[in-house]
Ligand binder design. Structure first.
Ligand SMILES: C[S@@+](CC[C@H](N)C(=O)[O-])C[C@H]1O[C@@H](n2cnc3c(N)ncnc32)[C@H](O)[C@@H]1O
Length: 470
């Protein structure tokens, strides 16, 4: 890397900021400020516009690459080796309901002793935790020991009053979009399990195994149960209660309505049936149901999750649920598929939870229940190599490679990093994985599905693969 390369990265940043400026100026808006709480207003809505996403991705990739190039290697490696401190501190903030306390405190913020008192914690320890977060632009330290929300910290505000939150037995995440819940899921059981990655890799029994009970989570929690069974066990009540909300939170990672671009849902009529297999509490289905008020949807889930889902729908979209247009069906996807007349089977963030051999069972059951008209929509991250790769998808309709101007990494580096973190989380929890498009094409073809279209969401690594029966 020479000064010329540093300048090239700087130019990418400068050009992208100029594009953002024009985009926002044309609409008489300013880019959302990091210092202000998140508001979901017109300026924020514009951040999911494809041109804005592309500019933001370039800025993110170039600034991280620039930073990695100019800093001494020891500081780069030390930051990486202590990254868990950020997760642990974020866990404290989420558990303390800090985003809600600071919303009520307003822009002037609150002294750390107020957050400490509400949670019965030691204030000087807490101040250091919040200072680390503020140093990473999560919360602001507006005066010594006085903290306020910023755009990032307020994103995990559930919108509930602190009075509600400190009521006994209250479910913090009920009725929410799940941002705080997914943070809590990652910084709790996933982070703990991730600490056992190496021990699992070198285990004579587990290291070379692709069984779903040979993941770091079993090593960390000393259990032989698969994650979805383990989380339902006594002792995990809090985790299990929070899990459906955490899964709702996955709809936020590339714009909540991304699912709407994953298939031509508008082509479906009231005669059509969508079967959302392993649909969780049904957040993606809710976006489809709202955008297509005639289509019928069956959400299939494990019994306890289906019960949680029914509660979520009756609170959030009672019209669709009470009329029976949207319903839940208890179904294990490792059993034969009972719906024989589906127009579309949806598998969103399902296959990444499972090793290939288990995915094959799921896909074969769906293939056996498919009619010639049935389409399969798989929604998952589509992993790219960190170097150029010309053979990714052949001539598959809709395929567009990531555009990364040199000298950026071919996968846009930091701008795509969530996908690789999720890949590791799937490894950690399930011995599952995020897959490349080529991997998906091979996997689906082995199970009798022919891929016909891929949609990659607005330059995000998340995508939807549509297949028909072979
Ligand atoms: C990552 S979540 C995805 C939920 C939903 N598709 C979405 O995108 O929001 C995986 C879901 O698979 C469900 N699941 C796990 N094992 C299952 C099984 N054997 N049969 C049916 N559903 C299962 C879990 O309960 C969980 O809700």
């Amino acid at each position: 890397m020479t000064i010329q390369d540093l300048k090239a990265l700087g130019n990418i940043i400068q050009d992208s900021i100029t594009k953002l400026e024009k985009h926002y100026k044309d609409r008489k808006l300013d880019f959302p400020s990091l210092d202000q709480p998140y508001t979901n207003d017109a300026a924020d809505a514009l951040t999911s516009d494809a041109d804005v996403v592309a500019a933001v991705n370039n800025i993110t990739a170039a600034s991280y690459q620039l930073m990695s190039n100019v800093r001494p290697p020891f500081l780069n490696i030390l930051d990486a080796s202590t990254a868990y401190e950020l997760s642990s501190c974020l866990r404290v903030a989420e558990q303390c309901n800090a985003a809600e306390i600071l919303r009520e405190a307003g822009p002037e913020g609150a002294h750390i002793s107020i957050i400490a008192a509400k949670n019965n914690l030691e204030p000087t320890k807490l101040a250091r935790i919040f200072r680390l977060l503020a140093t990473h632009h999560i919360f602001r330290e507006v005066k010594p020991d006085v903290f306020a929300n910023n755009r990032t910290s307020s994103y995990i505000d559930t919108g509930k009053s602190t009075e509600q939150l400190y009521e006994l037995g209250v479910d913090k995440h009920s009725g929410t979009a799940g941002a705080a819940a997914i943070v809590d899921h990652f910084v709790d059981e996933v982070q703990k399990a991730s600490g056992y990655l190496w021990e699992t890799l070198i285990s004579p029994e587990k290291g070379h195994s692709f069984s779903s009970i040979h993941a770091p989570v079993q090593e960390a929690f000393n259990t032989d149960l698969q994650f979805f069974t383990w989380i339902e066990q006594p002792g995990n009540e809090r985790r299990f209660k929070r899990y459906p909300a955490a899964i709702r939170g996955t709809s936020l990672w590339n714009g909540p309505s991304a699912i709407l671009k994953g298939y031509d849902w508008g082509s479906l009529t009231s005669d059509d049936l969508i079967v959302d297999v392993g649909g969780g509490a049904g957040m993606p289905s809710m976006y489809i149901a709202r955008a297509n008020p005639n289509v019928k949807i069956v959400i299939q889930e494990r019994e306890q999750v289906a019960e949680q889902g029914k509660m979520f729908w009756s609170e959030t979209y009672p019209d669709a649920f009470n009329s029976g247009r949207v319903s839940f069906q208890v179904h294990e996807f490792f059993e034969p598929q009972p719906q024989k007349n589906a127009s579309v089977f949806v598998l969103r963030t399902i296959l990444h939870d499972w090793p290939d051999s288990d995915c094959e069972v799921i896909l074969r059951h769906l293939r056996a229940a498919a009619t010639p008209r049935t389409r399969l929509v798989i929604g998952d991250y589509l992993i790219s190599y960190a170097c150029p790769d010309t053979g990714a998808a052949g001539s598959l309709a809709g395929y567009k490679p990531i555009e990364a101007p040199p000298p950026l990494l071919a996968n846009l580096g930091k701008a795509s990093a969530t996908a690789y973190a999720l890949d590791m989380s799937m490894f950690t929890n399930f011995n599952g994985q995020e897959r490349t498009l080529r991997h998906f094409l091979d996997l689906t073809a082995r199970c009798g599905w022919q891929a016909i279209q891929v949609y990659r969401c607005d330059d995000s690594p998340f995508g939807f693969l549509v297949s028909k029966p072979m």
